[in-house]
Write a protein that binds this ligand. Structure first.
Ligand code: ADE
Length: 346
């Protein structure tokens, strides 16, 4: 039921709770490895700086933090950052996602139960329906709910005050947000793919938490292969751990990482089977492009939005794919990576 999917979370207890329930983008497994404080959050330095200042200023004024919109590809730490913000503010974080807020009462229930300065995290916020979105406007702006009571000619609007709170919205598609909603966020931050050294540090940290003896070079190898994404890094690390334990290795070195990740069809640049399938289709079916998103999605049997928000961003960032007004194009680097001749025969 939608209402029960919205859960009350104490950031310090989030791991246990999510392990029991599992929820949307954040399976419980991930939580034991999440940083809890800003100081433990590796990478995204601009984001940390901006939010660190906002948190400190807010705390000193004794107010609710301004609403925060986090956007960017999946797996880069949007949910983690919402939990970190709540921890830094010393408040609880309620986590939900837009598809769980189907009926007006789902969002009303959440808003009226908020305590002062708490964080409400709404994942996939671009998927909010119009009614929910319109209920949010006065809630965000004036900490007020405008409710319609009665029907037809007797319908009246009643305003209900709610506690000052912070909405943290997350989306992989900032462009899909309506401007009235986007304009109500005081802080809008994009999460970027992580630098190699940051990913290596994240893997070293995770290996420590999982009590693995992972060589520094082996951590770098995982970092190279995780599509710039901590969630994938941690997932790959668990797969490496499986191979190590099955083969009886206490120490994990580079070769073991390479062996384990080849088994999972992750190549030396971190591309997975879906990435290669896309590039291969473009090269084999369309001479490398330009070719339209819809055509590619149909050819791969993927949803165009998934292609655009999950698969493409990393390939674009790596310079293996290019977006042009006439469609997507495999770059020379993309061709080279798949072992295709860079200059096509005339
Ligand atoms: N685990 C996943 N993401 C992380 C991050 N940004 N910093 C530290 N540990 C992480």
């Amino acid at each position: 039921m939608a209402a029960t999917e919205s859960r009350l979370l104490d950031p310090t207890a989030v791991a246990e709770e999510q392990l029991q329930e599992g929820h949307g983008e954040t399976p419980g497994r991930e939580d034991s490895l999440r940083p809890r404080r800003l100081a433990d959050y590796i990478g995204q330095s601009e984001l940390k700086q901006v939010l660190g200042i906002a948190v400190a200023a807010t705390r000193s004024r004794g107010e609710a933090l301004d609403h925060v919109l986090l956007h960017g590809p999946p797996g880069l730490g949007k949910t983690t950052m919402a939990l970190v913000l709540a921890q830094e503010l010393g408040v609880r974080c309620r986590i939900t996602s837009a598809p769980a807020l189907e009926r007006p009462r789902d969002i009303i229930g959440l808003l009226v139960n908020l305590q002062a300065h708490e964080v409400l995290f709404i994942d996939e916020i671009h998927r909010l329906n119009r009614v929910a979105e319109e209920l949010l406007y006065p809630a965000m702006e004036d900490y007020r709910l405008d409710l319609t009571v009665g029907k037809g000619t007797t319908a009246r609007t009643r305003s209900l005050p709610i506690a000052p709170f912070t909405l943290v919205g997350a989306t992989t598609r900032a462009g899909a947000l309506s401007s009235p909603l986007r304009d109500r966020f005081g802080l809008i931050q994009r999460l970027e793919f992580y630098e190699l050294e940051d990913l290596q540090a994240i893997v070293v940290r995770a290996a420590g938490l999982l009590r693995l003896q992972l060589e520094v070079d082996a951590a770098l190898e995982v970092a190279r292969r995780c599509r710039g994404t901590p969630r994938i890094a941690n997932r790959l690390l668990r797969r490496v751990r499986d191979v190590a334990s099955v083969q009886g290795h206490e120490h994990i070195g580079v070769e073991l990482v390479q062996e384990a990740l080849s088994l999972h069809r992750v190549d030396d640049r971190g591309l997975d089977a879906s990435d290669r399938r896309l590039l291969t289709l473009m090269l084999e079916g369309y001479g490398g492009g330009p070719v339209g998103l819809e055509t590619l999605a149909a050819g791969l049997g993927e949803d165009p939005t998934t292609l655009e928000t999950v698969i493409e961003p990393f390939l674009l960032q790596q310079g293996l794919l290019q977006r042009t007004p006439r469609g997507r194009l495999v770059t020379a680097a993309g061709r080279a990576h798949l072992g295709w001749p860079v200059q096509q025969a005339a």
